[in-house]
Write a protein that binds this ligand. Structure first.
Ligand SMILES: [Zn+2]
Ligand SMILES: [Zn+2]
Length: 462
């Protein structure tokens, strides 16, 4: 095979960190980008969202999206604005959720830029959004959906097959074929115990694997006894002392899981009768997607199509309704995005609720380094919001049962399920410790070459 015909893979993101997934496959002049995420968390990483894209976007032929999360999809509006005009391939569920996520992201970007300008604390002379709502709308017109397990030719000898990943609705691993080369991108892998979604499929054969390692060094605690018992107890405790519970939750998937858990607690008589507010228009839109009949195939057979059964459920759609929740007159549960408290409406709730000892904040998932959620998890005594410090007096509770990421054992099990062992596994999408730990396990337990790539590194695919 000549140099020109052989395929290459370049690691453009999610290397040394969880966020910013971007992988470029090149074959015979065709360029396919797998995932197009933004960096979140630490300012050092977020700054890179403003770097020029390493390849001219107009020279990319296709984008393949594994799932809707911003760390996989959030750069798409910028890529499209800067010249990418090709199709963006994904499952139907991912298309529905990504449209919601990108519209919200663009809106927040524009609003935060205005807010920073008004407040005068931006580092830029005139604060700019990373992209605008028109850019998101344009990107959405380029979405093309494909079914799970249906091999699709992209042209130029490159093809893709999406395989169920069980992480959030629509999530897939992507098998990319480029000439004779086969490379499997895990995307984010779910747990086999997701309470609503069908579990992941077995991975197909591939010589090369690029895999996530978010929880590569961890084992999720086994749930013994009643699910979410700690959460139920913390809600009861908080309501008894006259406080309210704030649950920062990712709008997509996590809010649905929290509502389902609360519904089940109510049915078991474990939940005090208090109002439950969903303060996130995006979460409400995502809930509608989870209830969409054309996507019923995404859900487990034993899940009721209604998903949620909470008579005290209330929703806050407007900013005024949201503001009214800052000083609730009666104890209540407020679920609001974003899940790592890095932005969104949850920030103003934190500002009002953290200083009161009666309140509780429940963290429900992965908290990236540099986010307010991580600071709370690590025991911060003050938190900076909108340029001011606020004391942390509220109780902080973590409910790890909500995790939708496979742990170390589950990641290794996924590799073991491949029809034949791969030659090389590139381990990405993790903080350094968990990536190194997973790579070491893969070498030791599977006797497979496991590599932690460098940012910008390019390798040849066989
Ligand atoms: Zn994800
Ligand atoms: Zn991810």
């Amino acid at each position: 095979m000549s140099q020109q015909e052989s395929a290459t893979l370049t690691f453009l993101g999610a290397v040394g960190t969880v966020t910013g997934s971007k992988f470029l496959v090149e074959h015979g002049g065709r360029r396919v980008l797998v995932d197009c995420g933004i960096y979140q968390g630490d300012r050092e990483w977020r700054r890179r969202n403003w770097d020029p894209f390493p390849v001219p976007p107009a020279d990319i032929d296709d984008v393949i999206l594994t799932h809707c999360h911003l760390d996989h999809s959030g750069y798409l509006p910028a890529l499209v604005r800067d010249g990418f005009a090709g199709p963006i391939w994904m499952t139907e569920g991912t298309a529905a959720l990504t449209a919601i996520v990108l519209r919200d992201s663009a809106h927040l970007n524009e609003r935060d830029a205005e807010f920073a300008q008004a407040g005068g604390w931006s580092k830029h002379e005139v604060p700019l959004p990373l992209y605008r709502e028109v850019d998101a709308e344009k990107a959405i017109t380029q979405f093309r959906t494909i079914a799970y397990d249906a091999p699709t030719e992209l042209g130029g000898g490159v093809g893709v097959t999406l395989v169920r990943a069980g992480h959030v609705l629509g999530a897939a691993s992507a098998l990319v074929t480029a000439g004779a080369a086969r490379v499997l991108f895990s995307g984010d892998l779910g747990r086999t115990t997701h309470p609503m979604l069908r579990p992941r499929s077995a991975p197909p054969a591939a010589r090369t694997v690029v895999m996530e390692s978010t929880y590569g060094d961890r084992t999720h605690p086994r749930v013994e006894g009643r699910p979410h018992a700690a959460l139920a107890a913390s809600i009861r405790r908080t309501v008894e002392r006259g406080g309210s519970v704030l649950v920062p939750a990712f709008a997509v998937d996590r809010t649905e899981l929290v509502l389902k858990a609360l519904s089940e607690m109510r049915r078991r008589g474990e939940l005090p009768v208090v109002p439950v507010f969903v303060d996130s228009p995006m979460a409400l839109a995502a809930l509608d997607v989870y209830r969409r009949s054309s996507l019923r195939g995404e859900l487990r057979d034993d899940v009721s199509p209604e998903l949620v059964d909470l008579p005290t459920l209330k929703t806050a759609r407007t900013a005024e309704e949201s503001m009214a929740l800052n000083n609730p007159r009666v104890p209540c549960v407020v679920i609001s995005a974003s899940g790592m408290a890095s932005g969104g409406r949850v920030v103003h709730h934190l500002r009002h609720m953290l200083p009161d000892r009666r309140n509780t904040v429940v963290l429900t998932g992965y908290q990236a380094v540099g986010t307010r959620g991580r600071a709370l998890l690590d025991g911060a005594t003050e938190l900076k919001m909108h340029g001011q410090y606020v004391p942390v007096r509220a109780e902080i509770v973590t409910d790890e049962e909500f995790s939708v990421h496979a742990d170390g054992d589950e990641l290794v099990a996924w590799l073991r399920e491949m029809p034949e062992p791969p030659e090389t596994v590139y381990v990405a999408h993790g903080e350094q410790g968990s990536t190194e730990a997973l790579a070491a396990r893969i070498r030791k337990e599977l006797d497979v070459t496991a590599v932690v790539p460098r940012l910008g590194e390019r390798v040849r695919l066989r």
